[in-house]
Structure formats: structure tokens, C-alpha cells
Unconditional design. Structure first.
Length: 285
């Protein structure tokens, strides 16, 4: 028998269940509403430390690459003396300034010379200038000389493997700051850091030398085996990609004449500029 009282009780029960469902729904909604409105990020920052607002990503490479040009010799050191008496230090200075002007005119680089007057700089000072200036590329300019008067042509030097130990010793003796201060590190850690920097720098120097020789070959004569390796001091910084460019042989009368010619130098230096452009273009890819 379905009585009026029983129907009333059923209604109360159904209403009660409805209220319980509503309450449960509210609890669930409250629990989820908070996380949905929370900023993304670690929970423990919430309500205590404002979540850091990230700046929009800066455009890649706003800084202009720094090119440090090193005119070889200077002051009391004239360098090689040409067949007709030309001093290497004068050729290197003219070429360095002409290259600086070409690079500056492009507007793409910050250019520094290690010396801009006829003064002698120790090799160590030349490297210190490059490192202090944040050089992305270091080019030391020279002109060759040899007893064989027939030898002609330009060449490019990068650091020889055998000189890497010397490079490490200089880093330590000069207390050069790499990623960390090496004097604070045990030797193995310091060596690993220098090794890493050296490996990266070496591959960049080699890459630039390859580009440079390819472009030079279309503008001037190269000697055989034109990519050479040596332990020259100016190539020793483990964190500065560097080449030493020998523009030609002052001991050869024809090369001497060419090196003294502004129009010849302009042609050669235009190919150096083109090489620098191509080298840095590979870094923007
Ligand atoms: Zn020289």
C-alpha cells in the first residue's frame, strides 16, 4: 500500500539525495576552480612569491660580432724586410686599417685594432686586447719572408695540435678567466674546461681558415699547402677563434710589389671581408 506518509518520506529522501549531490558538485567545483585559475609554474611559488614574468625572447644575436685585427710587428720590430727594402710592419698596418675600414663600412661588425700606430706590442698584449674586447674573431696580419726568393703567395695559419699544451699553460700562468676561474679549480677540472673551449675554438678557426683560403684563391696567388698550422703565440687563446694571415712574401720581388699596391691589397682584403661575412652567416643559420 502506497500511503501518503510513505510518499512524503520518499520525497524527503530524494530531496536529501539531491542536496548531497549538489554539495558534492560544489566541493568538486571548488577544488578544480583554483588550479584552473592558477598561473602555470611550480606550485610552491603560489601565493608567496610572485611567479616570475618571462620577457619575450630577445631577437637572436643583437650584438654585432667583434673582429680584432692585429697588424703584425711594429715599433722597433720591423718584421721582414722586402727585396726592395719594404718593412713588413708598414704593410701589416696599411692592410689592417684598410680591412678595418671595409668591415666598418659594412655596418655589420665592431672592429678593433690591437695597435693603430707604429709601436711594438708584446704578443701577450695583443691577445689580452682581443680577449678584453670580446673578440669573436681575431686576425693577425703578416707578410712572409724566406731565403728562397722564388717563394710566393699567401697562406693562413691556425693553431697546431702540438701547441695546445702551451695554450693551457698560458691560461693558467696568465690567470685567464674562462667559464670559471681556473685557479679555483683542481687541475683536472680546469683542463677539461680549457679542452672544451679549445675544441670549439679550433673548429671555428679551421672553418674560417677554409672559407678564407677559398676566397683568397680567387683573388691572389697562394703558396702550396696554404693552410698551415703553427704554435704562434697570437693563436693561443683557447676561447678566441683566430687565424694568422700571411699576405705574401716580401722576399719575392713580385709579391713585394703587389703588397705595396693599394689596389692589390684592396682586392685581397675584399675577399677577407667576404670570408668574414660568410663565416658569420653560418652562425646565424
Ligand atoms: Zn710577421
Amino acid at each position: 500500500m502506497f500511503t501518503k506518509g510513505a510518499a512524503y518520506n520518499s520525497m524527503i529522501r530524494i530531496f536529501g539525495m539531491f542536496l548531497m549531490v549538489c554539495a558534492a558538485f560544489c566541493v568538486v567545483l571548488t577544488a578544480y576552480a583554483q588550479p584552473m585559475s592558477r598561473k602555470p609554474g611550480p606550485r610552491y611559488f603560489e601565493d608567496r612569491i610572485p611567479y616570475p614574468v618571462l620577457e619575450p625572447a630577445a631577437p637572436k644575436k643583437l650584438r654585432k660580432p667583434v673582429i680584432v685585427i692585429d697588424p703584425g710587428h711594429g715599433g722597433h720590430d720591423p718584421g721582414a724586410i722586402g727585396a726592395k727594402g719594404t718593412q713588413e710592419k708598414k704593410i701589416t698596418m696599411s692592410a689592417a686599417k684598410e680591412l678595418r675600414d671595409l668591415l666598418t663600412a659594412s655596418g655589420r661588425y665592431r672592429v678593433m685594432l690591437t695597435r693603430s700606430s707604429d709601436k711594438y706590442l708584446e704578443h701577450e698584449q695583443r691577445l689580452r686586447i682581443a680577449r678584453a674586447g670580446g673578440a669573436d674573431l681575431f686576425i693577425s696580419i703578416h707578410a712572409d719572408s724566406t731565403g728562397n726568393k722564388a717563394a710566393r703567395g699567401a697562406s693562413v695559419y691556425t693553431l697546431a695540435d702540438r701547441a695546445k699544451g702551451r695554450s693551457k699553460r698560458i691560461v693558467k700562468s696568465q690567470n685567464w678567466i674562462m667559464d670559471v676561474d681556473l685557479t679555483e679549480q683542481s687541475d683536472p677540472v680546469g683542463d677539461i674546461l680549457v679542452d672544451l673551449a679549445q675544441r670549439s675554438t679550433e673548429s671555428q678557426s679551421e672553418q674560417f681558415a677554409d672559407i678564407l683560403l677559398k676566397n683568397l684563391s680567387s683573388q691572389t696567388r697562394l703558396i702550396g699547402n696554404s693552410h698551415r698550422r703553427a704554435g704562434y703565440y697570437v693563436l693561443l687563446a683557447p676561447d678566441v677563434p683566430a687565424v694568422l694571415l700571411e699576405l705574401g712574401f716580401l722576399s719575392n720581388a713580385q709579391d713585394e710589389k703587389l703588397l705595396k699596391s693599394k689596389s692589390h691589397r684592396k682586392k685581397v682584403l675584399a675577399s677577407v671581408t667576404k670570408s668574414i661575412d660568410q663565416y658569420f652567416a653560418t652562425k646565424e643559420e
